[in-house]
Design a binder for this molecule. Sequence first.
Ligand code: CA
Length: 230
Amino acid sequence: MQKILIVEDEEKIARFVELELTHEGYSVTKATDGRTGLDLAESGEFDLLLLDIMLPGINGIEILRRVRRESDVPVIMLTARDAVMDKVSGLDMGADDYITKPFAIEELLARIRVTLRNHAPSREKRGELLHCCGITLDPERFSVTYNGVPVELTAKEFAVLHTLIQNRNIVMSRNTLLEKVWGYDYVGETNAVDVYVRYLRQKIDERFGVKLITTVRGVGYVIKENTEEK
Ligand code: CA
C-alpha cells in the first residue's frame, strides 16, 4: 500500500482528501501544521507528499526545501489560486507538480497517479535487464529482443543465452553450461549444449546476420562483448 502524507491546515480539505485517498487504497497520514508535517516528511516513510504552502509553523516551501536535502520523494504542492510565485518557487525547490485550490478530487488523484508512476524507477534503471551486443534480456519476463526486435526462445534456449550473457567474455565449458542450465544431476546427451547453441544461432545469429556466440574449440562457448560499443 502506498503511503501518502498530506500537510494541510485547512481541516476540511485535509479531511476530505484523506477520505478520498483512503478510499482509493492509499494509506494516508495527515498533519495540520508545518512542524509536525516536516517531522513526518523527514521520516522517509512516505511514497508521496502533498504539501500546502501557507501553514502555521513552517511553510510548505520550507518543508520541501528541507526534505529535498536528502530525499527525492515525490511532492505535489497545494497552492492557493493565482499564487504564481508559490508555484514557481515550489517547482524551483523540486516539487514534482502542483495543484491549485480549490481542485477537483479526480484531478488530484490523476496527478498523484502520474507522479507516482513517473517516479517509480524503471526496471531498466534498477538494472534488472541485461544488455549485451544488441541483446536485451529480461530475466523476469523471459523476454529477449535484438535491437528492439522480439526473439522467441524456448525456456532452455533462454537459459543458455541468459547464462552466456551473465558470464559474457568468459569461456563457458559444455559441462559448466550443462550444470548451470540443466543442473548437476543432468543425465542425457552431453551434446545438449551444442544443440541449444545451434538453435540460438538459428534464431539470433542467422536471423540478424550477427555473430553472437563464439565457439572455443575443445572448450565451449563465449559471448564476447565489444567493450567499445558502450
Ligand atoms: Ca493553508
